[in-house]
Write a protein that binds this ligand. Structure first.
Ligand code: AMP
Ligand code: ZN
Length: 467
């Protein structure tokens, strides 16, 4: 397996610490709002990474946190806790918000065929571990108390900016105009490990600690949760590129200072999903969710295919036009696979030939678009259907596109059958509109679109077409 490592800025041969086993960690969602399809791009690609590692024979243990405390509205440690902001927005308690959006996250992930990591741990479960790590950092003189908060002292490190060069770092700080200067910090790059004093005194969740009643900083949670479940050595740590600085930079600083040795060897970062206004983000408010795609009639798995068609290290621009094209290609692909017959024995030679090609593509820094090309190549191969079907089942262990699940619209439906079904639906929609039941009318349109049928209201009446 060859993989790009943000730490060395190179594509490298992947070698885990223990032969055959992979300790993998993923930064989980901040559960104050729905995950948008940008967040989910990161989780889809991390899912492909995990499944690729398993496919090529590794025994993977994957851990993910749930951020339910400590992530402030700025990635630096100023601003209000995002969870509290979410709770105020919805007039609910922080824990209610956390539960609701954690469930929503796993429901969306499930629709996208994203496997739930082996261990999922909310930050609020691990307060004792955070306190312990901070105590050790204070003992080792890597941390200090100032203005009733505990800070990590970045000047104690040989190298703090492990990922970015200074120029990039300055750039990052330069554009972040919401960062207040914290007079308690000894150095500009120091960060909070434990808050007891913040200008937002209405923080809902607080715990006793040796430094007073307060709450943890965001970065400490990933260091502690990963060590709790994966031990002192980690193979691969994942997140979106916005996590590189300051989050992952700070995770490395505190983890390696605590442990006294190198912590994680490979850092995997997924580039952003962008739209015409730039990076899709929760704080901007108007973002796309899986439910919204479904309401518009798209299969969530068509979005997964959309993501797999480009490389995870490139920004990906979202548009409905492109998603329409991918949806239609996806439905055709499922149709084609569903027409494969069970026609005898699998030809092992052909199976192995295409399986090797697939493995080569996927283990070449996750070349998912090449892997999809191999799906099409295998369907064209000079072999029987049984072999093709077996290949599809095998590839789908990584791609998870539901390749053997059949299409939403069967192309072999006789036209007359489809015609009468759609005509009845159009009639039902007309009645709903007449009765001013627009929700029902929209639901009918969405139901048809999910089957690959688009309705068009024209002066001559409603027309339909396959998309
Ligand atoms: P959050 O819930 O904000 O903590 O983010 C969850 C994950 O989504 C993190 O790994 C982020 O780096 C990632 N992420 C945030 N915005 C985007 C985006 N527009 N495209 C891809 N990944 C993103
Ligand atoms: Zn993290």
């Amino acid at each position: 397996m060859r993989i790009y490592n943000t730490l060395t800025k190179r594509v490298e041969e992947f070698k885990p610490n223990v032969e055959g086993k992979v300790a993998m960690y993923t930064c989980g969602p901040t559960v104050y709002h729905f995950a948008h399809i940008g967040n989910l791009r990161s989780y889809i690609m991390e899912d492909v990474l995990e499944k690729t590692l398993r496919y090529i024979g590794y025994d993977v243990k994957r851990v993910m946190n749930i951020t339910d405390v400590g992530h402030l509205t700025s990635d630096a440690d100023t601003g209000e806790d995002k969870m509290l902001k979410g709770a105020k927005r919805e007039h609910k308690s922080v824990m209610d918000i956390a539960k609701f959006y954690t469930d929503a996250f796993f429901s969306d992930a499930g629709k996208l065929n994203i496997k739930t990591p082996d261990v999922v741990e909310p930050a609020t479960n691990c307060i004792a571990e955070f306190i312990h790590m901070i105590e050790v950092l204070l003992e080792k003189d890597y941390a200090y108390i100032s203005g009733d908060n505990v800070y990590f002292d970045t000047s104690k490190l040989k190298e703090y900016y492990v990922f970015a060069n200074q120029k990039e770092t300055e750039l990052l700080e330069g554009v972040r105009d919401d960062v207040d200067v914290d007079e308690n910090k000894r150095n500009k790059s120091d960060f909070v490990l434990w808050f007891t004093k913040s200008k937002f005194e209405d923080q809902e969740l607080k715990w006793d600690s040796p430094w007073g009643y307060g709450y943890p900083g965001w970065h400490i949670e990933c260091s502690c949760i990963s060590m709790k479940h994966l031990g002192e050595y980690m193979d691969i740590h994942c997140g979106g590129v916005d996590n590189i600085f300051p989050h992952h930079t700070n995770e490395i600083a505190q983890s390696e200072s605590y442990l006294g040795h190198k912590w994680c060897n490979y850092w995997f970062h997924v580039h952003h999903l962008i739209d015409k206004n730039g990076k899709m983000s929760k704080s901007k408010g108007d973002f796309l969710t899986v439910s919204l795609l479904e309401e518009k009639g798209y299969s969530p798995l068509a979005y997964r295919m959309f993501c797999l068609q480009s490389h995870y290290r490139k920004p990906l621009e979202f548009s409905f036009d492109t998603l329409d094209n991918v949806s239609s290609a996806y439905n055709k692909l499922l149709n084609r696979i569903s027409n494969l017959k069970d026609d005898g024995e699998v030809d092992t030679k052909v199976f192995e030939e295409y399986d090797a090609k697939f493995k080569d593509a996927i283990s070449d820094d996750l070349n998912t678009s090449m892997a999809i090309t191999i799906v099409y190549d295998a369907l064209k191969a000079d072999t029987n259907d049984a072999t093709k079907k077996a290949l599809m089942g095998s590839f789908d262990k990584v791609l998870s596109l539901g390749l053997l699940d059949g299409p939403a619209v069967k192309e072999e439906n006789t036209d007359s059958e489809l015609e009468s079904f759609v005509t009845a639906k159009i009639e039902e929609r007309k009645e709903a509109k007449k009765a001013k039941d627009f929700a029902k009318a929209d639901a009918i349109r969405a139901e048809l679109l999910a089957m690959g049928i688009a309705l068009e209201d024209t002066r001559e009446g409603v027309k339909w077409k396959r998309v």
